[in-house]
Every structure is written in C-alpha cells, then in structure tokens.
Write a new protein. Structure first.
Ligand SMILES: Cc1ncc(C[n+]2csc(CCOP(=O)(O)OP(=O)(O)O)c2C)c(N)n1
Ligand SMILES: Cc1ncc(C[n+]2csc(CCOP(=O)(O)OP(=O)(O)O)c2C)c(N)n1
Ligand SMILES: [Mg+2]
Ligand SMILES: [Mg+2]
Lengths: 325, 336, 325, 336
C-alpha cells in the first residue's frame, strides 16, 4: 500500500500493464513528449519509447481508428482523449466500429481497447469542454463503461480495463486527479467490473452514484448523519456492467433512494437507475426515487452560473429530504 | 501446361495454371453476384446488397499476391469479391447473406459485414470511409509486430470526401505504415459522379498532400493491376511506407440492390455509358487474352464456367439447408 | 384534406416552406439529381434549382457545418442525413456547435436549422445502419427532438421545425414512409411542439410512445380491447419539449403505464419517462411503469434475430399484462 | 500629418493616420493580453486562456480591410485580438472574461467564445478545426444572399489535421464560396511541432488538393500580411472563390494559461527559439517602421501606449464593477 494521487494511480496501472504485456501501448494527443496534458502519462515516453507511447496529431477520428484497428490486429491499445468532449469527433469510429465489430463478426474479431481521459466540470471551461456523455456510452451496446471515484479504483479498474477483451470507456474526473488515497502496489491487484462498493452503510436511505457523484453523496451523508439520517452510499464504479443487486438489496432495506451524477439529468444514467429501482423494488419504496444531476443547459462560463449548473452535496441533501418527507 | 511460363503480357512470371486460377476466381465472383441478385429477388436475402460486377480486376489482381493471413485486407460494404479472393468459401458467404448460422459471421453481419480473420480478411464496412481509420490501426499493429506484413485497404471515390480518411492518411504518412490504399474509383458514389463531389478530382494529389505517394491505374485490366500492385507491394515491404493506387473502374450494375439500373434510377448515368464500359469487361478481356495466348481453350473456358456455376449452386443449396442462428445467440458476441 | 403518404407529407411541408420563405433551403447526400435516397425530395431540385436543393459529397461533418454556419448567417437550412446512423460522424458539429452556439453567444446568435432524415429498423440493414439515437439528442440541451408517427404530423411538425429558431432533430421512420393518411393541404397548417396527442382513450392503462412505437401501442390496444382491457395511447410527437402534463393526467386516471420505443432500452428515453412518471404520479401508480424497447445488442443481420431484437405489439401486450397483473 | 500618403512600403496607399490606428490596435491587443494574464493570476478570470502575443499582424493586417458586419469573421479560442479588431470594446471583452453580465456574450461564453455578431464577428470556437465546417455554411449563406460579402476563417496548424477541415475545404472548393482561410501557423499545436504532426508539411498543397488556391506568407510583418490579403480579398470578391493563406508566425507565450513558458513546460521548445522569434516582434517592427518613416515620434508612440494602457485599465475597472449574470439567466438562451 502507498498513498498516491488518482492521477498517479492511473499512471501506475498503465505502467504495470505495459511492463506485463508488450502488446499494450498508449496513444493520444500530447501523451508523450509533452508528458500528458494532465501529466497522467508523465515519464512514460522516456520509459517505453515512441512506439509504445505515441503522440498523435489532433485527429480524434484517427486516434480512435488507430486504437480500434490495432486492437483488431492483436494489440491492446489505450487511447487517451485529451478530454472526453473531443470524443464527439470520433463517435462513428467508437460506436459504429469499436463497439460493434465483435458482434458483426459473429465474435470472430475481438477488440480489446481502452478509451480513457478526463471528464468532469468545475473550472469554467464553458460549454464545449464540459460534457462527459457517459449516458450515451452506457446506452450503446458493446461498451463497458467505467468511472472510478477513488485512487485505488482508478488503478484497479484501469488494469481490469486493459486486460478486458472488449472496448472499455474509461472516464476519469479531472477534478479528482489530485485526490490522495491508499493504493495497492501489488501488480496483481485489480478491481472487477460489475461490483459496486458500499462506501458507507446506513439504514434510512440509499444514495447511488459514481465518479464525483460519490463524493457529493458522502459529504451529504455526513451532513445528514448530524441530523440523525443514516445514508447508505453505493459507488457503482462501472455503469456497464451494472451491479443492480447491490443497489436493490440496499433499497429493500432503506425503502428510499437518491441517484446522483454530475452529468445532465434529462435522459441520463440516473434516469435508468430510477427506472430500474422502481421496477425492481416498487413495493419496498416509501417514496419515489429522487434524481440529482447537472442543470440541463450547455455549461455557462461565468463562475456563479457554472456553480449553479453543477450539482452539489446540498442538492443531494435536499433530495434526501424530499425523499424522506 | 503447368510449369510452362507465359511470355506475354510482359513482366509476367506467373504460371499459366495460376492465370486460369485467376480467371476462375473472376468467374466465381461474377457468378456469385449474379446468383446473389436472384436470391435477393426471391427474398432469400435481405438488407443492402452491393455487387462488384466490372470491378473484379481490383480484387483478383491484388489479393492473390498477398501473404494471408499475415497480411490483412479491409474493404467496403461491396465486399463479396474480397471475401472470395481471401479464400472464404462461397458457402460461408452465401450462408451469411441468407442469415444462416453457418455464415462467415454466424449470420450476424450480412452482406456489408463479411469477415474472415483466420484468412486475414478483417471485413467489409458499412460506413463510407470507415475502413481507412481502421487501416491506420492495422498498419500500426503490423509495424509494431515487425513481421513484414502489410495491410491492403479498399475504399471508394465517394469515401475520399470523408474527414476520417484524411485524418488517417495524414497519420499513416506521418508514422510511415505499411498500407496499400486501393481507391475503387468506379466513377460514382451512388448517384453522384466524381466531378459533382470533389473540388479537385486528382485523387493521387489528395494522398500526396498527406505524404503518401501513389499513382493512377487502369483498373479494368487484370495484368495492369497485377503488375502495378506487384511493384507497389514490393515497395511497401521494402520501405515500410504506404502507397496509394487510384484504380479507374466501373460498376456495371446499380449502386445497390435498390438502384437497379432501371430507367427510374438512371438519373445519373445512361445506358450508352454503361455499355461503353462493358466493352472493357475485365472478365472478357481476361478470357480473350488467355485464349489468344493459348493458355485456355474455349471448351476449357466453358468447363470452368460450368464448374463455377455449380460451385455457386452448391453454395446456395448449402445456405438454404443451413439453420438460422439460434434465437439465444441474439445476446451472444456483444462482448468477447 | 388529401390522402398521402408520410413521405409525401414531408415533401409537401418542405415545398410549402421553401415557397413561403426564400431563406429556406435543403442540402444533403443525393437529395437533388438522384431525387432523394427515399424519394422524400423527389422533384424539388427541378422546382427550386441547385442553390436551394444542394447535393453534397459524402461528408456529414461538412453537411452539418454547411447547415449550422448558414443558419448562423440568417438562412433556414434543412439538412438531410441519408440515415440518422451517419449523423454519428457529425456529432461534434451537432452537439458542440449547432446545439450550443445560441447559449454560448448569450443568445446573440440564433441557429434555425432542421436536421432530418430516416431512422428506424426492420429491413436487415444490420448493426451500423440500425440506430437512431433520439435518446442521445434528447439528453443534449439545445436540441428540440421531433419524431412524427403519422403523415399529418410529418407535415405539420416539419413545418413547425422549419419555422423554429432553434436546431431541431427531426427523425422520420423509414418504415413509415409508405404510411397513408389524411393530411391538411392548408399551407398555414402546422402542429405545435410540446403537445402530445391522445390517439386512443382508455381507462385501464396508459401507453406512452412516439414514432413507430405509437403503432405498436395502437395494435396492442386493439388486441387488449378484445380482452376487455382499455388502453389510453399517447403519442408524444416531440421528446423535447416534452408534454408530461398529458402523460401524468392520463396515468393519474389509469394508475398504470407502459412506455414503448423501438430504440435500445438501456439509458434511453423510456427510462426518462419511467423516472418522470414515478416522480410525478408515484401515489397514483398501482404498479411500476413498464418499459418496452429494443434488445440492447448491436442489430444483427439475420431475419430471425433482427425480429427478436425489435419490439413488437406483443411485447407491449406482455408489458401491459405485467403491469396489470 | 493626416492625408499625406506614405511612399514606403511599396504598394501602400493607406493614410498615415490609418497606420497609427493599426499600430494602436496592435498595442491594444498586446496590452489587453498582458492584463488578462495578470487578472487570471489574481483569480479574476477563470477557464482556459490563450494569448495572441506575437501573432498580432494576422489580425490587424486583415480585419481592418473587411466590410463589417456584412463580411464575417470566424476564429479559434485564441480570439481576444479578433474581437478587438472587429470593434468589440475592451470593456465588453474584459467583462466576458470575468464572467460578467456586461460581457459580449453575457458571461456565458468566456475567453474561448467571444462573439459579436452585430460587428460581423461570429465568434471564437473551443474545438480545434471547428470554425472551418462553420465557415462553409457562412460562405454558402453569403453566396446565397449575393451581396458580395466574404467570410474570413482563422484556424491553427494543428487544426489542419482535423477531418472536418478537409470535408469543408473540399465542399468550399466544389461550391466555390467566398471564404478567406487564414492558417495561423505558429509552429506548434500545444506541445506538438508541425513536423511531428503532419505527414507532409506543405499546407498550401493540402488546400490545393481540395481545389482551393493559396500561398504562404510571412505573418510577422504587418505590411506583408496587409498587402497579400488585399490581393486575396480582391480576388475572392471578384471570382467568388475561396483562397488560402498560410501565415508563418509564432506565439511568444505558452499555448494557454496552463503552459506558462516555465521550464516545466519547455518540453517542446527552448528559450533561444522563443527569443529568436521575439526579434521579429510585429509590434516592434511596426513601431520602427512608423518612426523611421516619421509617421510617428517616440513621444507619440509613448503617448499611444499610455492611452492604450488606460483603455485596458478602464476595461478592467468596468468589468470588475459589472454585476455577475443573474442566476435565473442560467436557463435563458438554451433556445432562442
Ligand atoms: C458515412 C456514410 N455516409 C453515407 C452512407 C450511405 N452510402 C452508402 S454507399 C454510398 C456511396 C459510396 O460511394 P463510393 O465511396 O464511391 O463507393 P462505391 O459504392 O461506389 O463502391 C453512400 C453515400 C454511408 N454508408 N456512410
Ligand atoms: C477537437 C479538439 N481536440 C483537442 C483539443 C484540445 N486543444 C485545444 S488547443 C489545441 C492545440 C491547437 O493547436 P493549433 O491548431 O496549432 O492552434 P494554436 O493553439 O497553435 O493557435 C488542442 C490540442 C480541442 N480543443 N479540440
Ligand atoms: Mg464509387
Ligand atoms: Mg499552432
């Protein structure tokens, strides 16, 4: 065990996997000589050389094609999008190629590729740089969708992603890169997909979240504990595959649920969670499932407006109170 | 006559037996497309269907020169010929087109998504320009593995207007990857002629603008294609750098099964034009050459044709006798 | 009133609006000389000339940029995607440009553009040609999202879309192009956005749908009527803006609901509907809202598998019975 | 000295008063960027910030020659200079950067999305290459309206590798639209030099491959830019066809506020290189020329600088005194 930042944990995961398997390589904009836009790949070019740490032009379609085609030919690429907003440019390669090739070939072609990079909002980057679209990817069959909330998961889930034989959408949260935490240094340590983690146990209400949403829920849970409300906080870790069993078991116990995410709320992952919880635990629910999400507007630049657009722990607290009212 | 080498055409060091094999492959491609067309109209085949009639030289002049499965082939939805040339059986193709469990993609891909990775065929692609970004990754992997293999990537004249093609060309030029690009310039993208779709019709220049050398070739003649490609492949294996070939050709039939060359769809070309190009039918030209050179007699040619028609009929019978994919396979292969 | 096909109604809407407003023009692949891939724009090139019926290369990014830039400069473009699957290539122009320019400019730039074309499945076009992604567009702030189910709506909604000052995602269903219906020939006839239509009244359960889903529900309602189950069938017509009032009023009456769509079900529009109905009518519901959607797999080619992947009226019937059980 | 025309530089028929205006504009651009930098580090400005220092000639040599608002301007996120040149006040810009209700985009756009349609400025764009497909539509609309207006579209060397740029170029070449493309080739895309990002570095050839003529220009000298652009604009207005200018230039500071030219970020260039280019500072060259030609005295130059600094300070004061956008404006402007 060692204490390290989320960002370092990601680097460690990539480094260990590249040492373990010569077929793993990293490509993306500024991942090499520039040492990574967010320093995630710092030092990796020096360590692995230009064939395995590949600087690309600003060509997201090309990056996605490079990774997908290489995966179809037996390598295990990790493609970094400088931010997930730019993956919009590569949507055809991602959705019509990476996600479908295995199915279209009747399983004869495998596509072991990880698409990763920062998402998340909060530093006034305005509308074009403030979207993650995990709801889109979760909607699309053929992707596994992973969003770590803690350094240890960042490492363990990324290693699992690299070893997975399918296209994995791996979304990091730029606002969590600096988060410190205990991380296993065991190169065999991995975190399985499809297993949610209960970050806090409670009896009064279930809070379901992922990525930065988990931190909002934990903060809200603390506040509410002072008022005698005990929240159970579930970190989904992966949206596909989705661990509904852990969620439903908890809801059957607490009879209330709030689902929280940073992304736009309309037609989003919390909508799916709400639908599934109602479907799976209708008779156990004392109140409708509450959803917390970002304001359904393009992200404004002004600090006060941006703050108003991003969900906070207070929004979770308010949702809990509505649910328990 | 095996082992007697043919003098003409110049630079030809192939065996006559190989040339008859090539001719037989061309015949097989043509007859399969004709049969597929009938089966579609018997409602035995669904979806979109794009025939290769008239473009056979682009496939038989290239793919037999590859070292499959080490070398890789990518192409468009107009992919039946490519699969056959890579060695996928007519049975596996016909079964795929009829959506059977015995199809080369278990019935899940269909006409636009034939695939046979064990033979180096990484498949057709329903997205115009789609194979080109993929070829960048395939080429990168081949260079990475360093086994001297190359990737051949086919795409259409209309695909030249896809941004992803330019992103990929630039990166292939930058990284110097072993890819042979074959532009199947059949003069039209659906109903849009090249002149109506590009601001500058010299496709070779478009490749050069990204650092990929290339040339334009008569794609209606097997020998021209074969000899040009032979040089191109040698160059790629030697330098490791990509090469671009614009192959001038023509599709004798409509764009897809929906565009049937009937009057209603003749909005973009006329019968005269089609007939002119049919004069240059690569299949007939090949047969004439072989007969002229005494490499094949008219009887042998007829026998070959009969043989090929039987092979296609067997494929049809095989496909029709094959089961549909089991319903529970619906949820299989979403993930590996 | 005249009887015409859905496809003709679309052509009539475009023709009338182009006659009314010289700033309206149509662009897309094969819309002109070829007379339209699905013949929707047949004859329009001859009528309006090449400046107003613009054949484009196969360049979806270019098409989206052409339409968006022209809209920003005072024209009212209609851009046709040959099928909505190909809009994936233009996702950055659609989402980061068309949908956001008005907000990013503080409302100083308007972007009156219609993106239209066929979606829908059912003719063995396999995985890359069988996705509509209306859930994606509805998730993204800045788009209005319209999916007509009948010829008259095809005309009235398209006219409203062309007159709207915002980017409109207008999805036609290829399987409905041949559908005949009564259509007003009054050039002033339009259908407003945000007003759902009750296609059939009933007291036992509310069926909520749009586009082809409406027809599944109507067929299911007939079947169920024979068994004495009276369904109320609501055609949303527009997903953004969304008329929840009509939906909730009906559910408060019937106490049961099924939401049906053709698209993949996971993290989709029916998920949002389910969440909203539970939130808005929890105490009125006797059972959880049921969702009917497409199988969450890339569309397979084989006829039997494709049939199994597409929802049918029987799936709606089954969902109704689960809800009423 | 108003109304006395200047002999040198050749082909210069601008009034000296106009030249001092140009110089003043260059100064204003430089001083604004310097101030913006300080305000960011005082946490008065957030988000991304991209300065134009060193590239001023590309803006002052072009935009003053336009007929705004009929002509239209599009550019990248490096857009403060373009807004100023279009006539947006330093106040409206500074207020936007500080996220105030008085900003040119009501505080909703920020540094990367300055916009002022009433002045023909259709805005910056945070997406690399993003403005180019938009320019296709703007150019089409201008041709459609037939009022003889043109669109000027700026973009970077890194943007040349975006597929959308190639799709748009091809369509602009095909439709023959009145667009002037200005490639701000400042040698780097973030930390990636041109050589490390392209398979073929002749950008003019990339434009020609799509049917757009063009040439390469020294973008560090106002007079060269102005005179070349004058010819280019005349040509576009006359023929209605697009033209492409690759402007060789350099950004004196880091890519963005995060890349501060500090050692840590000097991974892709070194101080020597930066200093060499600083010798060619277009601002100093302009001042030298004006002084050499007696169009301005050192005192006048100082006075101008002082005046400009005051203008910037007023802008800062104005912005700081301006209210934040009202919270309920969050949901406004999603739709028109
Ligand atoms: C991105 C995309 N846009 C549009 C289509 C629809 N489409 C299928 S084939 C075709 C024409 C392609 O022409 P070309 O590239 O010349 O190939 P050819 O069919 O002539 O062999 C079009 C427009 C598509 N499949 N993908
Ligand atoms: C599509 C896209 N990919 C990546 C980025 C991140 N990014 C912002 S600026 C930039 C460099 C652009 O370089 P260039 O085009 O040369 O313009 P310059 O900054 O040098 O003016 C990058 C990679 C982006 N904004 N958009
Ligand atoms: Mg073609
Ligand atoms: Mg640059």
């Amino acid at each position: 065990m060692a204490t390290m930042r989320y960002q370092q944990a990601l680097r460690l995961a990539m480094t260990e996997e590249m040492e373990r398997d010569p077929n793993v390589f990293l490509c993306g904009e500024e991942v090499g000589q520039y040492q990574g836009t967010y320093r995630v790949s710092e030092g990796m070019l020096q360590k692995f050389g230009p064939m395995r740490v590949v600087d690309t032009p600003i060509s997201e379609i090309g990056i996605a094609g490079l990774a997908t085609g290489a995966a179809m030919t037996g390598l295990r690429p990790i493609a970094e999008f400088m931010t997930w907003s730019f993956a919009l440019e590569a949507m055809d390669q991602l959705v019509n190629h990476a996600a479908k090739i295995t199915y279209m070939s009747g399983g004869r072609i495998t596509c072991p590729v990880v698409f990763r990079g920062p998402a998340g909002v909060g530093t006034q980057l305005s509308a074009q740089h403030s979207q993650s679209m995990e709801s889109w990817y979760a909607h699309t069959p053929g992707f596994k969708v992973v969003l770590p909330a803690f350094p240890e998961d960042a490492k363990g889930l990324l290693k699992t992603a690299i070893r997975d034989n399918n296209p994995v959408i791996f979304m990091e949260h730029a606002g969590l890169y600096g988060l410190q935490g205990e991380v296993s240094e065991d190169p065999d340590f991995t975190v399985p997909f499809g297993k949610a983690a209960i970050r806090r146990t409670g009896t009064d209400i279930t809070l379901v979240a992922y990525s930065r949403g988990v931190h909002l829920c934990l903060k809200a849970a603390e506040t509410l504990a002072k008022e005698g409300i005990e929240c159970e906080v579930i970190d989904l870790r992966t949206l596909v595959p989705l661990d509904m069993e852990t969620v439903l078991t908890s809801v059957r116990k607490t009879h209330h649920a709030v689902c929280a995410q940073e992304e736009w709320r309309n037609v989003s992952f919390v909508s799916e969670l709400s639908a599934r919880i109602h479907e799976g635990a209708f008779d156990d629910l004392d109140a409708p499932v509450e959803r917390v999400g970002g304001a359904d507007v393009p992200m404004p630049y002004a600090k006060n407006l941006e703050r108003a657009a991003i969900p906070t722990d207070n929004d979770v607290v308010a949702a809990v109170k509505r649910a328990l009212a | 006559m095996a082992n007697t080498t043919v003098e003409r055409p110049a630079g030809d060091e192939f065996q006559s037996s190989e040339l008859t094999d090539i001719y037989r492959l061309m015949l097989l491609i043509r007859r399969l497309e004709e049969s597929v067309y009938r089966k579609f109209h018997e409602a035995k085949i669904g979806g979109y269907l794009h025939r290769y009639d008239g473009m056979e030289a682009l496939v038989v002049g290239i793919i037999p020169q590859l070292r499959l499965p080490g070398d890789k082939v990518l192409c468009t939805y107009r992919d039946h010929a490519h699969a056959l040339a890579c060695g996928t059986s007519a049975k596996a193709i016909m079964a795929e087109l009829m959506g059977r469990a015995t199809g080369c993609a278990l019935g899940k891909g269909g006409s636009m998504h034939l695939t046979d990775p064990d033979r180096g065929f990484l498949g057709g692609d329903g997205i115009v320009g789609g194979p080109v970004p993929i070829s960048l990754g395939v080429g990168y992997a081949l260079k990475y593995k360093g086994e001297g293999n190359i990737c051949v990537c086919y795409f259409g004249d209309g695909a030249m207007n896809q941004g992803g093609v330019h992103e990929a060309f630039n990166m292939v030029g930058l990284y110097k990857l072993p890819v042979l690009y074959v532009l199947e310039n059949n003069q039209y993208a659906m109903g849009t002629s090249v002149e109506r779709s590009t601001g500058q019709p010299d496709f070779v220049l478009k490749a050069k603008a990204h650092g990929i050398e290339g040339e334009k070739v008569d794609g209606m003649d097997y020998f021209t294609v074969r000899d040009t490609v032979k040089r191109a492949i040698a160059r790629i294996r030697e330098t490791g750098e990509a090469y671009f070939l614009e192959m001038d050709c023509y599709r004798f039939v409509g764009h897809g099964i929906g565009d049937d060359n009937t009057k209603a769809w003749m909005t973009y070309r006329n019968e005269e034009e089609v007939n002119e190009w049919r004069q240059r039918d690569p299949l007939l030209r090949m047969r004439d050459t072989l007969e002229a050179k005494g490499l094949i007699t008219p009887d042998e040619a007829e026998r070959l044709d009969k043989e090929v028609r039987e092979e296609v009929e067997e494929a049809v019978a095989f496909a029709e006798a094959s089961p549909e994919p089991p319903l529970d396979s619906l949820y299989e292969n979403v993930f590996s």
